[in-house]
Design a protein around this ligand. Structure first.
Ligand code: BTN
Length: 285
């Protein structure tokens, strides 16, 4: 499929229900998080990275910024994020950790997102797979993308700005524009209420991210690796690792290790692959 010209999407017709959201957060681990919802912005990640640069350090001051429409959404590998029909938001999360202890964070975020969707609807959770390092997919179609940017605030202090784009409905126009198949949470949920469920999903993600943060600060990603590997959409399948479209390695995916490296079984033996700039593809893709 050839790529159609980029057209920014219009704002969705659902809205976050602020009262319901605060109720849901109040009963969960993200009860103290500050939440801001705006109609439109360039990029929620850009907004929060800028805010973190100016903010005084606080060990626990997590915040969320949701936008119904982004005009300059950012994706991984410098790609634009063309605001699929869904939830677009960022979380600013202070982590009092050295850079070495941040390994696996992006996988921990993807896992928290998948588990949040399971909290919302087990039928949905059962369909969601993880594509290393942190995409969520349903039946090979992209459901969500995560972009983590970091703002250093001292030797053992970093703000992680976690940007999440989660498709709510499968949008054929967006698929045509992007030239790839997408998925939406609605298609896999037992029932989907377009007015109430975006708020439920946002609250469930915030609560799971807050719990992940507490666990990550103490033990890092290692205790989560088995849960991640159990949701690995490519487990034991042949895959290729690409950099700028060029194949860097091929083998069978064997899950991830405690630092979030992909384990790749190759004729030369088991290789550990760092996420960095490489993208994973099924060997048939
Ligand atoms: C990817 O390329 O897979 C990651 C996409 C991340 C998009 C989200 S949408 C909310 C937040 N703000 C941005 O500008 N990007 C992230």
């Amino acid at each position: 499929m050839s790529e159609a010209p980029d057209r920014s999407p219009s704002a969705p017709d659902w809205r976050i229900d602020a009262d319901f959201l605060h109720l849901e957060l109040g009963a969960g681990a993200a009860h103290a998080w500050a939440v801001e919802v705006v109609e439109e912005t360039g990029s929620t990640n850009a907004d929060l990275t800028q805010a973190c640069r100016a903010a005084p350090w606080s060990d626990d001051a997590c915040s969320v910024r949701v936008a119904y429409r982004q005009t300059a959404g950012r994706g991984r590998h410098g790609r634009p994020w063309r605001g699929q029909a869904g939830l677009t938001f960022s979380v600013a999360m202070p982590l009092a950790l050295s850079p070495a202890r941040l390994s696996g964070l992006s996988l921990a975020v993807g896992l928290a997102l998948a588990e949040a969707l399971e909290d919302v609807d087990p039928a949905l959770g059962a369909r969601v797979g993880l594509k290393w390092p942190n995409d969520l997919q349903i039946d090979g179609r992209k459901l969500s993308g995560i972009l983590i940017e970091s703002v250093p605030a001292g030797p053992e202090r970093v703000w992680a700005v976690i940007g999440i784009g989660l498709n709510l409905v499968r949008d054929p126009a967006m698929e045509a524009a992007l030239g790839r198949d997408l998925a939406g949470v609605a298609e896999a949920m037992t029932t989907f209420d377009p007015q109430r469920d975006p708020t439920r999903i946002l609250a469930a993600i915030a609560n799971r991210l807050a719990r992940m943060r507490e666990a990550f600060l103490v033990d890092g990603f290692a205790p989560m690796a088995a849960r991640w590997s159990a949701r690995d959409a490519f487990r034991d399948e042949p895959v290729r690792l690409l950099h700028d479209g060029v194949v860097q390695a091929e083998g069978l995916a064997r899950g991830v290790d405690g630092e979030g490296y992909l384990l790749l079984h190759t004729p030369e033996g088991l290789q550990r692959i760092a996420s960095g700039e490489v993208s994973l593809r099924g060997a048939g893709a």
